[in-house]
Ligand binder design. Structure first.
Ligand code: ZN
Length: 217
């Protein structure tokens, strides 16, 4: 199957990762980040988390640094918006994201999915499309109680090694999540295995994204 490559080994790719909470980017796109770095792409990442205060801030920073190990360059920006109430903070979040937009010029924006059932995630999705109009945007998925997973249309196959590293880093860095019944290896492997089936991933696992629009030439 011919694939649409974002960048080849040795090429530079700038990526803006947007996440509402401290583990979102890792869960939705952590394997993709690991794989791009492993494939030799010179990754320049701006990693923005909107709600990461207190213990969450140190977790978020340590995790991002681990996932971004080997990137050519990266910056991490943490906001302190109140978890679970993003729609009520929309104006301030929009201003914050306008600030991000003024500092970066990404080739690719990774953000939450439009049909995500979490109100904070949806808010970030809407503001992404509102503000990043000259960019390729891919929306990542987050498994959750609500059962909101859809039918993604873009896949990044993961090597078994990348899959294992993603899960190991998630467990290493997000100790506060361990009490949640869904935060385990089986959840992450199960979803990635299904996405791997859908794209015939050579090593069985994949992350999947929603691509709303793209220019081919
Ligand atoms: Zn979240």
């Amino acid at each position: 199957m011919r694939s649409l490559g974002l960048a080849r080994s040795g090429e530079r790719l700038s990526v803006l990762c947007l996440g509402a909470h401290s583990d979102d980017i890792e869960i939705g796109a952590g394997g993709t980040i690991i794989s791009l770095i492993a494939s030799g792409v010179r990754l320049d990442v701006h990693w923005s988390i909107l709600s990461a205060a207190g213990q969450r801030a140190s977790e978020a920073r340590a995790s991002a640094e681990a996932f971004l190990q080997g990137a050519e360059r990266y910056s991490i920006e943490l906001g302190e918006f109140e978890d679970s109430y993003f729609p009520d903070q929309s104006r301030a979040i929009k201003d914050w994201l306008i600030g991000v937009r003024s500092r970066v010029s990404p080739d690719l924006v990774l953000t939450h999915a439009r049909n995500d059932a979490h109100q904070d995630h949806r808010e970030i999705n809407q503001l992404t499309w509102n503000l990043f109009r000259d960019h390729l945007v891919l929306e990542y998925e987050i498994p959750k109680w609500d059962g909101d997973l859809g039918q993604p249309n873009i896949y990044v196959p993961l090597t078994a090694k990348a899959m294992d590293r993603k899960i190991s880093l998630l467990h290493e860095h997000f100790g506060t999540q361990r009490s949640k019944d869904w935060f385990d290896r089986a959840t992450f492997e199960g979803l990635s295995r299904l996405r791997g089936v859908e794209c015939r991933a050579p090593e069985f696992f994949a992350e999947a994204f929603f691509m709303r629009k793209a220019r081919l030439l």
